[in-house]
Design a binder for this molecule. Sequence first.
Ligand SMILES: [Fe+2]
Length: 291
Amino acid sequence: MNSQNELEPLASLSSVRNAHASSNENPSPTENLVEQSAPAEEPIAIISDIHANLEALTVVMEEIRRRNIKTICCLGDVIGYGPNPRECLDTVIENCMFTVMGNHDFAIFYEPFNFNTAAENAAYWTRQQFESDADRTRRNRRWRYLGGMQTRVMHPRFMAVHGSPRRPINEYIFPDDIYSASQKIALIFERVNHLCFVGHTHVPGVFVELPDFYSPDDLNNRYDITEEKAVINVGSVGQPRDHDPRCSFVILHPKHVEFIRLTYDINTTVDKVRAIEALDNFLGQRLLEGA
Ligand SMILES: [Fe+2]
């Protein structure tokens, strides 16, 4: 496993892709600068916070495929909480152009930090799932991918982080911050050039510098891209927390961002969580509530 502290600020898309697809090489660990991945008119699917929910991820991947979208970016927390970490990480390795590191990916690769008991137990159980796979090639590929996740990726069309541009792995940007922490929002926007995609809160929507926040409902699921800076939360594929239990993700089109919600077989995931002793039943229950 490579250290996250090695610095290699510039890597081409092909090196990112090769590293992630074949896992023969580890890409730069802290930040990556992705060269033009696709013509600007090509749509890009941006997903986040899968949390080892295979039923949710499968539905999202089918929709992306149905729309014939070739490029998928992932904003982290692929694993943690949910019952299918191996399958979800393998799907991401095989389909995503890059994944930035989330706090749960960090916890499982390194050590849980500021986790509650349920999250910590889930992190150790997830680590054990990876370590107990009898196939050494699969084991190595997963650890290399996790260890190679960047904290920030600079794509020509946007910045990608899990939490915030200021503290990319751990900082939450909550909708209420526009009222209660306007200075925090100002400091975050100082670090944004134009578009920044985030996850982490599991609450989709768009922050603008004013400051203001617009939910997908406010926007009729469409944010029109202008010159103004925007921090766009794509929501969560596998554990939504905006009281809508459907999977959330976005598609970046040339001139707008489309917010998408999809239903999936939640009960199957909940049953899996309940059958695994190390996973708190609450982690299943919250899927039903979207909270
Ligand atoms: Fe998360």
